[in-house]
Write a new protein. Structure first.
Length: 102
């Protein structure tokens, strides 16, 4: 099956900054999870494809802030890491699929 055949929604190229922080499980005793800053490659109704300098844990919940253009405000949202893999084109770069949860 071709990857594009599995897509539920069309993708639209974007260049947006995204900051993500892994959510810690309840009672873990840690205040914050790992923070990741990356660049959105494309966006759809279901989620985003993110380019980052580090990998993200699969199925992890992340609180995200999506920067839009030059405005000082960002869009907060909760997402789930669906998949992540090392990018072949650039060393130490990862591609991650994030799904919107609301």
């Amino acid at each position: 099956m071709v990857e594009s055949d599995r897509r539920q929604y069309p993708r639209f190229p974007q260049l947006l900054e995204l900051q993500a922080r892994e959510m810690q499980s309840f009672g873990s005793g840690l205040n914050t999870g790992k923070a990741v800053v990356g660049r959105v490659q494309n966006v759809s109704r279901g989620g985003v494809c993110l380019i980052t300098p580090q990998s993200m844990e699969r199925f992890c919940l992340v609180r995200c802030e999506i920067g839009v253009s030059e405005i000082p405000a960002s869009i907060p949202t909760l997402m789930r890491v669906c998949w992540t893999r090392r990018q072949n084109l650039q060393v130490e770069t990862y591609v991650t699929g994030l799904q919107f949860l609301f």
